[in-house]
Write a protein of this length. Sequence first.
Lengths: 805, 163, 306
Amino acid sequence: MSTGATQDFRYIGKKRRTKEDPRFVTGHGHFVADIALPGMKHIALVTSPHAAARIKAIRTDKALALAGVHYVLTGAELCAGTEALLPGVDAPKVMRYPLAHGVVRYAGEWVAAVVADTRALAEDAAEKVEVDYEPSEYVLDPEQAAEPGAPLVHPLHGSNVLYRRKFVWGPVEEDFARAEHRLALRVRWGRSATVPIETFGVAAQWDPGQQLLDVWASIQMPKYPDQTARALRLPGNAVRVHFDVDVGGSYGVKRGIKHTVLVGYLAKKLGMPVRFIEDRLENMRGGDMHGPDRIFDLQVAFDADGTIRSLKIRALDDVGAYAGRSPLQLGKPVGAIVGPYQIHSVEYEPISVMTNKTAQEAVRGFGQSPTNYALESAIDQVARHLGMDRIALRKKIFIRKDQFPYLIPSGTRYDSGDYHAVLDKALAAADYPALLAVRDAARRAGRIAGIGIASCLEPSGGNSSFEPLFNPKNQTTTWMDSCLVRVDLSGTITGVMNTSSAGQGHETLVATVVGEVLERDPDTIRVVHADSLNALPSNSPVGSRMAIMLGGAAAGAARKIKDALLAIAAHNLKKGIDELAYRDGSVSVKGNAQQSLSWDQLVEIAHRKFHQLPPGLEPGLQAKFVWEVPTGGALPTADGRIQMYPCFSFEAHVVLVEIDPETGQPKLTRYACGHDCGVMINPDIVHGMTYGGIAHGIGAALYEKFAYSDNGQLQSQSFMDYLIPTALEVPALSIVDHCTPSPHTTFGQKGSGEAGYLGAPAAIACAINDALAPLGASIAELPMTPLAIWTRMQSALAGAKDSSA
Amino acid sequence: MSEALYPVSVDVNGERREALVPARLSLVDFLRDTLRLTGTHAGCEHGICGACSVLLDGEPVRSCLMYAVQADGRSVTTIEGLAQPDGTPGALQDAFCETHATQCGYCTPGMIIAAHALLEANQAPDEQEIREAIGGNLCRCTGYQQIVDAIKLAAAKRAKGAS
Amino acid sequence: MKAVPFEYARPATLAEACALLAAHGADAKLIAGGQSLVPMMAMRLARPAWLVDISRLEELQHLTAPAGQAAGGDGHFVVGAAVRQCVMERDPRGRADLPLLARALRWVGHVQTRNRGTIGGSIVHGDTSAEIALVACVLDAVLELRDTSGATEVPAREFFLAPMITSIAPEQCLAEIRFPVWRGGDHAMRGCAFEEVSVRHGDFALVSACAQVELGADGRCLRAELGIGGAAPVPLALPEVGAQLVGAKIDEQAIVAAADAATGLIDPEGDLHASAEYRRHLARVLVKRVLRAANADAMRNSGETA
């Protein structure tokens, strides 16, 4: 039902100021920390100093003696009063509660929660809570943790392996046997996350008269109200989540279900509104928002002409001491496991392992960026092995534009694309020949410079088919979203979306789409957020899905309204619908403009003139649209083949890096990105998120790491040591657009919320390795800090000296 | 035993504000919680992210690194104070809307304060000067590109004589 | 991250401030800009019961250039301890007389922290990678410490004892810093340089180095001082290495020799961002860079008369 890129849209794809920006630039955003409920109390946490320990005793009397302190909650009480939070895989003995009970499993784990009149008083009291610990054995290395005999993070689970499966799609061994060449490589994606500037926060208030828990949170999480209700042992309709809270950035991580259960429990128990805003230390150490921490072992089977026959990928991921959806981050990449390349067969072995570290959570891309890093590293090594140009190799093995829809070995069909065109555009935008000249001139002058190329997929549209894939007991195949559109008595339009937003411009998206369909100015269309009691079903903005799903739902609802308007006009003009023309909200008879009904007249009939309404049509003018993700709805096959996401955006990055030969400091001096996400509904919004994604990728590639000491302490627990790129680390970025519309969506749009992040780390790693190659050095671990780069340079120099001795 | 309270009198956005506060109340918490000017945000509370930036006697500072008592007798301008006298957004804020220099909005007030201070001191900053001026303000949404564009746009408009 | 409760005083005079320190001893901390202290209080690593605010003391705000050329000596540029870094940056006489400090200030934090942070506060904080502290050591500045019994002078080179630990006593307040101003003879050329390596722009330096040299008309070195920050428990002036440069041109050979000598005198630690070996390497690189740059800077500057 795509209308394709050739259609000239009136509002879609045009430059348009967003609806959201005005409130943010004037300081009138509505964030959870801005909410002050009368009589509200505040929480501070007591956290574990040990990576693993038994809790022998907790004494709260000194804390409770302080003025202004109302309560100290410990794990014993909370665990008895709530349901455990479970991981997304089948591991019923791996239970997580907001507070530790009996044992602590990582340094920073929450042990007790103090409730006081102010946050400062709560912190004073938290210092006075006395906890007796008996430290116990812990394990930090994931490879070690996966081996029998390692200290067990959850002894009842029997091992530290949370999930493991070997998928074999196609004749892998045969392809390996027949290939002319083979190579093996290991790359490591260090533990980092998208760390928003706003920490997680949640406020809750229990109304005993209505038996209703109101919740305000900085949240980006599917099924949040339901999981909150379940954990608090409340009926689903006893929890009202206010989705109109502005979320100060999330990029995957704001899944504060444990924070919410804690706050909800206390609000109900104490009969006072309670608010918890993580401070930065609580957030970094115990907010459970770390990202993938992955070791990839790949084997590639290929021929001399560059054809890649087969791929074996083993991905070992350290999820820390507990898991929410994090193991599933090994599953989503199944849907793009060969990247943009024609590869005949694949073996994929994801292993999710627990260690005594902070828990991992969903991060932008849900595991695709680390996978792209691994894939692109392999491609570059194949090129190097064959002495082939990296661009030529990619172009040879890219899926061609005439091959879509393209079925990959793991069962997913890519919808559309033209990878050659996008790569060419990126190379042109970067002025690749000039870039080569700059690089080579730098090298001749004794400097170290390299160019990185990465061509990566951004699966979009979301679909939780990794849930049944990784857990056959979970037969979830519904992954819907929705929109309600209303035209009121006065003829103004309101769209209602049913989840929260974190800067993605959803209000603008809905207004633009509804305006496009109804041919009404989007500036006149208001978009509001429902709360969870009056919301239609949604699965929240994850997996780059909202342009597709919310856009599609908004269009669907608007179309129903348009149909109603046409029906009213047909009935009143006494014509068949095919004899009518709809234009700008009014309807006239084709060829006779005098016979028409204006928008205002049609609205009036709908709302007031029942005697003029066609029989069977609802009075008023409103429509809801709820729909399932396109291509979704099926369960995986026995060998784990599944249609993962519906739409596939694509990005090609070209980056020039210079490395200071004496210090190892990298500097990105040129950055171009070719981006195809089908039809863009608002280009500024799409570009903005892509720039931001590239900046996230620069951080993951060069600066950011949650580093742990040998005794399990998080060393980078504040912004002094966890280094987020500033405007001086992110270079000027240029984006060049391409459009291959998706056949699955209303306007041909694909998703793009994860753009930039999915290809930047791969591109930068390739650039650094291109720079180091003439020195005989290479680096296969992120982040590539100056120390790491310098160390590799030194080893290569030492090795060169040895070999020449 | 409760904490000693200290009288503070601060000119905030042109209005004298007085309160009795504990010494340890930070300026950002004073602005947000005592005065309910929630436009200024706290992102790290240890002086690195810049979300809390305000103007102190016209100069950009991190309000999480000051106690309210230290601002006694001084003047503070927050994002709320950068609007036009009639309440409409100023030229810089308008430029941020034109280039879409904000997404989640959390770093934005601090970013605008830093940009405002730059343009007051330097009417025609080049790209490097712009990036240095906002180098102490972290943003995770935008990758800074459209923010730099907004500041350039605001400078150009100012040069052309817009108010 | 809220500080522990404390009481606050903003005395009107330095004498009152010292009296408060004498009364409360180690329970009190002075605060000027607070850019280093407040984060530590937010993390509850610093837990003073009393905060004594000296940021507005008139007695600590002076910037006094040397009046005329003292016979046979340099003269000092005196900086009140609570002079804000941004004020020092903007002072034309300060920039002219203390070009090394001017260069160092570009590396100190960010615009916003320099609007509050002070020259004295950075020194008293005692971080080995603090740029201002390094310059004070390299230029052989003298610190005046005051308490209720009067004033004590301490050479900067003797002030820093261990990481974050200086010789200041709990009841003392740093009042001013006297930076020697190099006023060469009629045909002397001065040059200086400050460089540091950090992971991101504006971060704490992994290693820093600076140098100030004076060349005669024939290009030979009359005087040289250099130092390294972040590569030892304290900021390190290296007068012995500087002395070795005197009498000859500062050519590549001399520079390499100086770098070798300097590297032998440091004692770097490893941490999350840099190993000891890497710091040692960076120290060598930076000493070479600042000597080259200071020498080139001196060659560019014409001789100055008083």
